[in-house]
Design a protein around this ligand. Structure first.
Ligand code: SF4
Length: 195
């Protein structure tokens, strides 16, 4: 990847929801309607998230020895930028991204959540020069249940690949395939123009 385009974490979440979102938004410059389901969900995350302020609890449960809040982070090498809810530093000398979701935990980690975390991990590695082996998601609607997500090398490779696919669309105007999940098309604001 040699261009100057920088992809945001929001771009990645939209792309993972449906690759054509990226095309309509970034190539044709057609914004989503406010009422679109995806945007509403994102908005809730931002406005209604609740932080865990009990640091003794975090230290005991996860081995956290320090943290930074709302960290703006970017990687020129990987063409990505975003804001990490928390960068936590662990007893074993590694660091980890910690994200809050205004959502219930339903025994699985969605792809969007996972790759947001993996990309944050990539940027933390690069900016703090520290190893990142896992991340955490706190589900505020499940009594602040914290789910640990362990990363593999394949996860990091896949995250870089996803950013590459987004850049293909933005920089080269590649028209991607439709989402595999037809029910996402039901109330999609682009359904009229998406053929
Ligand atoms: S109509 Fe379906 S395939 Fe087209 S942009 Fe919307 S969700 Fe994606």
């Amino acid at each position: 990847m040699d261009g100057e385009t920088i992809v945001t974490i929001s771009d990645v979440l939209e792309y993972l929801f449906c690759p054509r979102f990226t095309y309509f938004m970034r190539c044709l410059d057609i914004p989503q309607h406010e009422e679109s389901r995806f945007k509403v969900l994102k908005g809730r995350d931002v406005h209604e998230q609740k932080r865990i302020t009990n640091t003794a609890y975090l230290r005991k449960k996860l081995g956290v020895v320090g943290k930074e809040l709302n960290v703006f982070i970017a990687s020129k090498r990987n063409h990505i930028k975003g804001i990490v809810d928390e960068v936590v530093f662990l007893e074993d000398g590694t660091a980890a991204p910690f994200e809050y979701k205004f959502a219930e935990f339903k025994d699985k980690i969605f792809k969007t959540y996972k790759f947001q975390l993996v990309l944050h991990a990539l940027m933390i590695k690069e900016n703090y020069n520290v190893d990142v082996k896992k991340g955490f998601i706190c589900f505020t609607r499940s009594n602040n249940h914290i789910e640990e997500v362990v990363f593999t090398e394949k996860d990091f490779d896949k995250a870089v690949e996803i950013v590459g696919e987004i850049l293909e669309i933005i920089d080269k105007g590649f028209y991607p395939g439709k989402t595999n999940s037809k029910n996402k098309c039901f109330d999609c604001c682009y359904s009229n123009i998406c053929t």
